[in-house]
Design a protein around this ligand. Sequence first.
Ligand code: COA
Length: 197
Amino acid sequence: MGHNDGEDNQPHRRWPRRSDSRACSAHAHPIGTAPQSPHNLIKIRAFEPNDAPRVCEIFYRSVHEVARSKYDGAQLDAWAPSIPDPSKWLPKLTEFETHLAVDESGEAVAWISMSAAGYIDMLFCLPEAGGRGVAGRLYDTVEQIAKERGCLRMTAHASLLAQPFLAKRGWRVEKHESHVRNGVSIPRAEMSKDLAA
Ligand SMILES: CC(C)(COP(=O)(O)OP(=O)(O)OC[C@H]1O[C@@H](n2cnc3c(N)ncnc32)[C@H](O)[C@@H]1OP(=O)(O)O)[C@@H](O)C(=O)NCCC(=O)NCCS
């Protein structure tokens, strides 16, 4: 999950068109707690094509400012050498179930994307929105969509930060591995969650 540059190497089916989806329009609601915090006004909404530049910026900042707690500088530079080109990411962002968390001014602060096969491809949060349940709400959104679509199993390649996050949500590690990107080894884990039960 997230250790790629938008070039898809996973087997995926295409989602039905968004107009067929019950899920994409029903997730704008306040976060609920922490009345002193602006994050209580954060809403979840579906990705739109003009969000692509902000999504790429969040990816870059999240890697360099959040994932730095678990990865060294060479690994961060290999993972995100620069802010990705939004035009290169746009096709997959559009094809996948991509959802954003937006603050009260409409600015996105975190996002998630999931393939039709239930593969969580990306989950990135800005540091200022971290540790407040924002990523959890994004995750809940796509898990609900996966269930509604009849997906039996969700999968991900999880970073060292995402592993405990997913484990708390019922995921198990299938295999610890290292992904070589730009010549640098980046530890991650294959994880999955059965939805059938
Ligand atoms: C992985 C990542 C998205 C997780 O984000 P996060 O900010 O820690 O996620 P959350 O805030 O939703 O969850 C963290 C904790 O905050 C807690 N929390 C604090 N305030 C909360 C509130 N008001 N409501 C709900 N939860 C709250 C939750 O209890 C949650 O703990 P839990 O996991 O035990 O439920 C984030 O670490 C990140 O962006 N990492 C860098 C990029 C990365 O590694 N991405 C994954 C690529 S594979």
